[in-house]
Design a protein around this ligand. Structure first.
Ligand code: GLA
Length: 388
């Protein structure tokens, strides 16, 4: 949908819901990781990219301490007091709004409430960070209505705190950081320890294409925290030999191999994946601007095989999608995206073949699974801010 038409749709609905016009507009994009699955909470690296799918909030400040928020895409709505967030949960998408408000207040910011309407083009629950996009659009909006300014990294940390401690999802920093720090036209190499990043351009002629399996991701919560715990267990065992180790980021493959026998097999596999995946991110930093097709293909392949066999975050639908993607014209590399367990996967495709690639994947995957996937190219968009 064109931006003007989208703006009109939101403004008309705002008028119907609240009467009158919105005063401020905020936006925040979703993201896709090109390399670095589950490396963020291991304080490692991720090659991340914002996508040109985003979440908008149109809002008007209120005189009181309430937030009244609706969405054009999701069922349910929220009408809540900012002072009593601790006690009130919405148990729907509004918890990301409440969580962000809660975390801002915990950080000492005094908030002014608003009437707001959300509109999003980020697919929900499929690993493209629709939650972080909502949180960050919300953090931008609170800065406008309440009159303070956050730097983008602080904003990301506040969003993560809300999600960890209010919503109860123990995510790393990747999603929120990508949404606030993302750069139009480039990928971003994120260092999750220093929270610094480097803009990484992509060679001309290569497009990023998302392949959404549209398979349910119901394992994400429990399996995700289990993986985190397993990584911590690995660090604990290895830390007995190497006291300087704080996270798997600090462990080399040689160190891991030396103590292989002391680690339960499942812990060994998890550690091996993270250590190798971290190195692949650094390798991609070289390969992405160079555009070496063979190298890109191998990095993506090794990432998927590791995610499937060592970290075990693949799913039947993802395996079918992987084969459909690899069999399609113009493919350079194919792998998982986000947390895994279903949801979206990501490919690098020759720009001139994108249409043929999408058509073939749709047909092939539907034949393999009986599910109609969504396949669409994405471009890196600017990080969260006011809507221009
Ligand atoms: C989810 C989490 C992120 C990150 C990814 C996996 O998106 O929210 O913090 O751990 O999974 O890389």
């Amino acid at each position: 949908m064109e931006a003007e038409a989208r703006k009109k749709l939101v403004a008309d609905n705002f008028n119907e819901l609240f009467g009158g016009h919105p005063q401020f507009w905020s936006r925040a994009p979703g993201r896709v990781d090109l390399m670095g699955s589950h490396t963020d909470y291991n304080l490692g690296y991720v090659m991340t990219m914002t996508i040109d799918r985003d979440t908008w909030i149109a809002a008007r400040p209120r005189q009181d301490q309430r937030v009244c928020i609706h969405s054009l895409n999701a069922a349910g709505w929220g009408d809540f007091e900012l002072e009593t967030l601790e006690k009130t949960r919405g148990c729907n998408w509004t918890d990301y709004v409440r969580g962000t408000a809660w975390a801002l207040q915990q950080a000492g910011y005094k908030l002014t409430g608003f009437d707001g309407l959300v509109h999003s083009t980020v697919p929900f629950g499929s690993g493209l960070s629709s939650s972080a996009a909502l949180e960050m659009a919300c953090a931008v909006m609170f800065q406008q209505t309440s009159g303070f300014t956050l730097d983008p990294v602080e904003m990301a940390l506040i969003g993560q705190a809300g999600e960890n401690r209010y919503v109860g999802m123990n995510c790393g920093i990747l999603d929120q950081y990508s949404s606030t720090m993302g750069q139009a036209g480039s990928a971003l190499l994120l260092d999750c320890r220093s929270l610094s990043s480097q803009v990484t351009p992509m060679a001309a002629g290569i497009m990023v294409v998302i392949c959404d399996t549209r398979a349910e991701r119901n394992l994400v919560g429990t399996e995700y925290s289990e993986r985190r715990t397993q990584c911590e267990q690995g660090v604990e065992i290895l830390g007995k030999h190497y006291p300087d180790i704080e996270a798997l980021r600090d462990v080399s493959i040689e160190q891991l191999e030396r103590h292989n026998g002391e680690l339960p097999e499942v812990i060994y596999k998890r550690c091996r994946f993270i250590i190798e995946e971290n190195q692949r991110v650094l390798d991609l930093k070289q390969a992405l601007p160079d555009g070496n097709r063979q190298c890109l293909g191998e990095l993506f392949r090794d990432s998927y095989l590791g995610a499937r066999d060592l970290y075990q975050i693949s799913a039947l639908a993802m395996e079918s999608m992987y084969h459909a993607m690899l069999a399609a014209p113009g493919v350079i590399g194919a792998r998982q995206a986000g947390a895994g367990f279903g949801g979206c996967m990501v490919t690098l495709v020759q720009a001139e073949a994108v249409e043929a690639f999408a058509g073939q994947v749709q047909k092939d995957y539907a034949q393999r699974t009986g599910i109609q996937p969504q396949v669409f190219p994405v471009m890196a968009a600017a990080g969260a801010g006011l809507l221009k």
